[in-house]
Every structure is written in C-alpha cells, then in structure tokens.
Design a protein around this ligand. Structure first.
Ligand code: B12
Ligand code: SF4
Length: 556
C-alpha cells in the first residue's frame, strides 16, 4: 500500500519554522511502514515538493493531511488540487484542526475521513479497513458510500508510548544530518487548564499525561546521534519539566552524550533542577510567561504569577541558560495598563528573546467557547495569517495598541530599533520607545498623534499582508509587484526581500533571487536560511540546476 502524508507548510513555516519536523506525521509513517509494510512518502514544501506528482496521483492508495488551524486554508487548497488532478482514493485529515473543528472538514465534499487526536492505532485500523481486513476504528469520522458521516467513538490512546517506533525522520532525507538537529516529544497530554489552550489538549491526547521511559528516550537520542550525528535537540513537550524526578533521571542519562538541548518549562521548577539541566546540556528554555499583568494571567487561568516568571528568567540568566519568553497581547478585557505591565515585565526581566503573539481564540478552547459572540474571525482564512488584526469585537478599538505593544516588546530585542514603525527617527523614537507611559498618554489624550506616529508601520504590515494574500491565491505577479513596491519604500525591511527571493527562485528567475537574497544578507548577515537559498539561486543562475516544477507550485 502506498501512502502520501502532507505537511501543508505555509509561507510563515518556510520562513520561521524550517527545522521543526512534524513529529506526528513521522510517527504515523513509522507505524504504517513497520507494522503494515506500507510505503510512505512525506511531502513538505519546506524541504521538497509540496504535493505528489499530479500526473501520477493515483499511484497512492490514500493521501493524508495534517494541519493546525493556521494551516487549514492552505491544506484544503492543496487537497482540492489533488482531487482536480483526478485522485480517486481516500483523502483524510488529522492533527489539531481536524480534532477541534471536525465539522469544518466534514463540510468539504472531497474529504473522506477526519481523525480526532492521537491516531497511531486508528490510522492502522483505517488501512486494515481499506484492505477489507478486520479492524477497530476509534475516534474517527468516516463517510459511507451515500455520503453520510459516521463517528466511531473510543479511547484507543497508546497506553505505553515506549511501544511506538521512533519517528521516521529518514523521510526527510539527510536534513537532520545537515542541520545536526532533531525535535522530539517525550510526553503526551497536559494537566493544566490554560483556557486559550484547553480542552483541545485533552481532545488530542486524552485526560491523563503519558510519559516515555527515560531508557526509551535515550535510545531515540542515541539513534539520532548515530544516524544523523546531531549535536542538539529540542523537546517539544508541553510540560517536560512537570515531573522533576523524571527530569533529573533524564539529565543524568543524557549528560554523557554531551549534546545541547532546549525544552519548554512552566514556572514551577526549582533552581537545583535547572542547574542539573544546565549541566546536562540544556542551554535554552522556552517560557510561556504570556503576560506581565497578574490580572490577565488569572483571566487566562495560567496558575502562575508574574513574579514566578521573572524569577525563572533571572535564575536562568544566573545559570547561563538562555530564555525565550513567549508573550501574548490582546486577551479580551486586556487594558492599556495590562499591556504596559507586559512591556515593563520584559523590559525588567530581560529574557534573551521575546516572541509576541496576539491572543487568538482557536476552536476547541474555552476561550473560543466563552467568547463565541465576541469572536471576529469566523472565516478560517483569517487564521492562516500571521498578522495582527482584531480577533475579538470588544478589542477592535484597541487593535493599534495590540500592534504597538507587540512590536514594542519584540523590537526591544532587535537592534537597531526599527524606526519605520514610527515615522520619525532619532531622539523622538528612542524617547518614545522607552516610555510606554508617554505613549499611553498620547493614545488616550491625543489619539490622532499616536495614530500618526504609528501610521507608517501599520501601512507596512497591511501592504505586506495584501501582497502575500495575492501570492497565496495564485496572483503571483500582483504579489510580486506589491512586494517590489514595499522593497523600494522600506529599504531596511527584510521580509519583502525574503519573499521576493523565494518567489523568483521558484519561478525560474534565479538572477533576481540572487539580488534579493544578497540584499537581505547585507541587512541580516546571520540569516542562515537566506544564505542557503542564495547558494541555491546562484547555482540555478549559473545554469547547473533548473527550477523544479513542484517548487513553482509551492510558490503559488
Ligand atoms: C511542536 C509544535 C509546533 C512546532 C511544529 C508544529 C508541527 N506541526 O509539528 C511549531 C514551532 C512550528 C509550531 C508553531 C505553531 N503552533 Co504549535 N505546537 C507544537 C506542539 C507543542 C507539539 C506538536 C507535536 O509534535 N505533537 C506530538 C504529535 C505526536 O502529535 P500531533 O502532531 O498532534 O500528531 C498526532 C495526531 O494529531 C494525529 N495526526 C496528526 N496529523 C495527522 C494526519 C493524519 C492523516 C492522521 C490520520 C492523523 C494525524 O496523529 C498524530 C500521532 O498521534 C503542539 C502541542 C502538542 N502537544 O501537540 C502545538 C500546537 C500544535 N501548536 C499550536 C499553535 C496554536 C501553534 C502556532 C499558531 C503558535 C503561534 N501563535 O505561532 C504556530 C503555528 C505555525 C503555523 N504553521 O502556522 C496549537 C494548534 C491549535 C490548533 N487549533 O491548530 C497546538 C495544539 C498547541 C495548543 N494547544 O495550542 N508548533
Ligand atoms: S498552554 Fe501549555 S500548560 Fe497551559 S494547558 Fe496548554 S499545554 Fe498545558
């Protein structure tokens, strides 16, 4: 049996998440091959063709898509193309969006099955069912020959995670060896209740938290060291540090490998454990601090305090562990004061890096449920855009504050400060960016002045959004024109250069790609991705590597 599994990487993924492989798909590929002798190909536009060759789609017996909500529009567009190309086998969907918004997928005439949550067991049953063998479908919607949907309930979560084969990373060729890095998971489930996330986590992985044994995790690391010569790995678990005893055991076993690694942590972790983690190679900690306002943390039901978050960052700094601090702005009811407090928090705690996202009510969360009537983005397209726009009606009026504080918090860590966000340069910018209080006064008492100061930045993001929308919807030339215009008007911005480089590279204009990547590297010399793409563009420009047609598809 031949299976194609598709990771519908968006432009955002290409630019920001090229190294994180979809572990869920790799587990499915491993069980299908090892336990059913299937032949699985993975398609991921970040590292190869977007889709199987459209003239041979029926070489596959089944085609499966994974998707987060942010990727669903892209995934559905690709699935439609497969049907148009004549694929007549089952097209199935799984992953976070299928789990939390199965109705959305059931409404699509070309979808045949929708898997809910963890699917190693059920996916194999589905393959058995296709072959007419005995099977036991659980937690999946299937469509019968009359087009009616049937749900197969059940709780068939894998009891012992150690019984699973390791993710089939070899599906990405020599990628792991080239970057000498893997991402992995060691637990499934989360006991916490943050309301912008739960109960979707329970829908994905069940009520209890399951852990792999330390021996089993070490075996995966050893395998990666031997096969890919990795020197670093990242643990993608939601709550890796929750069980401190297990963490200490893990540290003791991993230390002899001499690898560097990163993981996520909540704040409830002791200094001693952090020290042990550092000695075992942990050099980056992802911290979900989310807000500098205790009021907002309580609204989110984070069960953590601002002080604990600041303390964790402080301790990490003392121990020499870098901190990547995730912040959110725009929670319904968040006030200007709350945003100021967040800014003050990052300013005071000074983590190594700050990553700000706008609070988004994803389906399947309490946040979505409780604010149903307040949610703006009802069309799924809007989730695909990584831009800041009103997500709650009640927050629409404060959108420019959300924009501003997001930029302020992020830009604080990018030198030099991006003067384009404010139209005026020099002393005024320096003074304003250090003074959120003055900004808030401007916002409340002279809003037209505040708006005028942030006009150029807001215009830039709106234009970038318009250009990328055009490219995504197949109007590549329109997108290119808009991006070229942005490039002229914002000569110190790297985004237009990156997008243009990629489009030119994948549409047979390597000369222009070289020019754009060269300019990008002049502005951002540490951008390794751009460096690699520049080398590729140069090769193409010298005529030694023609553009691949599947990459051209990816560009549009
Ligand atoms: C690692 C990770 C990432 C990585 C890599 C993502 C990836 N696809 O692998 C990166 C850094 C790129 C990322 C980014 C984001 N992420 Co993220 N991420 C995760 C995380 C922590 C782990 C993913 C994982 O490996 N899980 C373990 C594997 C085994 O599970 P799985 O992938 O779900 O796969 C299983 C099942 O879902 C199912 N399945 C999956 N696909 C398919 C396909 C088929 C055909 C079938 C049959 C079954 C099936 O079977 C798999 C095996 O059991 C999850 C949380 C979590 N614990 O899962 C969040 C999570 C997926 N991310 C989430 C979010 C919101 C984001 C961001 C929007 C965050 C942000 N604000 O920027 C971005 C979106 C980026 C984008 N592309 O648009 C949400 C998704 C919610 C939603 N409704 O879509 C999650 C669930 C966290 C949460 N609760 O909020 N993320
Ligand atoms: S946000 Fe993190 S800690 Fe909170 S419930 Fe979700 S996975 Fe658990």
């Amino acid at each position: 049996m031949r299976i194609a599994l598709i990771y519908p990487a968006t432009e955002f993924d290409r630019r920001h998440h090229s190294a994180a492989l979809p572990v869920g798909l790799l587990y499915l590929a491993a069980v299908a091959e090892k336990r059913r002798g299937a032949n699985v190909d993975i398609f991921d536009a970040r590292h190869g063709p977007t889709l199987p060759d459209l003239s041979h789609v029926n070489d596959y017996d089944v085609i499966g898509f994974t998707a987060m909500t942010t990727q669903i529009s892209n995934a559905l567009g690709l699935a439609r193309r497969l049907r148009k190309a004549g694929f007549n086998g089952p097209l199935v969907f799984g992953g976070p969006h299928a789990t939390v918004a199965s109705d959305h997928l059931k409404d699509q005439s070309f979808v045949d099955a929708v898997f809910i949550g963890e699917a190693e067991e059920t996916f194999l049953s589905y393959l058995d069912c296709m072959k007419g063998k005995p099977h036991c479908l659980e937690r999946v919607w299937t469509r019968d020959s009359k087009g009616r949907w049937e749900f197969h309930p059940g709780e068939n979560f894998v009891k012992d995670l150690d019984t699973l084969p390791f993710p089939a990373r070899e599906k990405y060729g020599d990628l792991a060896s080239r970057i000498r890095f893997i991402n992995m998971t060691t637990t499934r489930g989360c006991p916490f209740q943050c309301n912008y996330c739960q109960p979707s986590k329970r829908m994905l992985f069940g009520k209890s938290v399951r852990r792999r044994s330390v021996e089993n995790i070490m075996a995966e690391i050893e395998d990666a060291v031997q096969r890919f010569r990795i020197d670093r790995f990242s643990i993608d678990d939601d709550t890796f540090t929750f069980d401190e005893k297990m963490v200490l055991e893990f540290c003791e076993s991993v230390r002899p490998f001499g690898l560097h690694w990163a993981c996520q942590s909540r704040t409830d972790i002791g200094r001693k454990t952090l020290e042990t983690m550092r000695d075992a190679g942990c050099d980056v900690l992802f911290i979900g601090a989310e807000s500098g306002s205790q009021r907002v943390l309580d609204l989110m039901e984070k069960k953590s305090t601002v002080e604990q978050n600041a303390e964790l960052i402080r301790t990490c700094k003392e121990l020499g562990i870098r901190t990547w601090c995730n912040m959110m702005v725009g929670y319904p009811g968040e006030t200007l004061r709350d945003m100021e407090l967040s800014f003050e928090f990052v300013h005071r705690a000074r983590p190594t890096r700050v990553c700000v996202t706008q609070v988004t009510p994803f389906p399947g969360t309490y946040l979505w449920e409780r604010h149903r009537n307040d949610v703006v983005a009802r069309d799924w397209e809007a989730f695909g855009r990584h831009i800041f726009r009103p997500k709650f009606k009640s927050m629409a009026r404060k959108q420019y504050l959300v924009d501003y504080y997001s930029i302020l918090m992020t830009k604080e860590w990018e030198k030099p400060f991006d003067a384009e966000i404010l139209d005026h340069s020099g002393a005024l910018v320096c003074w304003l960016r250090r003074s959120p209080r003055i900004l808030s006064i401007l916002h409340w008492y002279v809003p037209f002045l505040f708006r005028a100061l942030t006009r150029k930045g807001r215009k830039y993001f709106a234009a970038l959004d318009e250009a990328l929308d055009a490219v995504r919807s197949g109007r590549t030339e329109v997108g290119v024109r808009l991006l070229e215009k942005l490039k002229r008007h914002f000569p110190t911005r790297t985004d237009p250069l990156g997008h243009l480089g990629w489009i030119y590279l994948t549409t047979g204009r390597p000369g222009e790609a070289v020019e754009n990547y060269t300019r990008l590297l002049a502005l951002d010399p540490a951008n390794e991705e751009a460096r690699a793409l520049l080398a590729k563009a140069r090769l193409q420009a010298n005529g030694s590597q023609p553009p691949r047609s599947d990459e051209t598809q990816a560009a549009s």
